[in-house]
Design a protein around this ligand. Structure first.
Ligand code: SF4
Length: 66
């Protein structure tokens, strides 16, 4: 695996977005060696009708690393 700008060089992971911190290493978009997302934008959603806590929110841009 090659690394570029501190991030893995797979198709969806070229540059660590320092504005989106993330520790979900199982995600395809996670920058393996740094706790950042590689996407320029993510979508945060809720699976609750009335969210009241952190646990009620999700990153809908998550994609399981293959
Ligand atoms: S898409 Fe979401 S879960 Fe995946 S690395 Fe980016 S912020 Fe984390």
């Amino acid at each position: 695996m090659e690394y570029k700008n501190g991030c893995c060089s797979s198709d969806s992971c070229d540059i660590a977005n320092k504005s989106i911190g993330c520790t979900v290493t199982q995600c395809e978009h996670h920058c393996k060696n740094e706790n950042y997302c590689s996407l320029s934008k993510i979508e945060v959603v809720t699976h609750e009708s009335n969210p009241t806590a952190i646990q009620c929110t999700d990153c809908s841009s998550f994609k399981l690393r293959s």
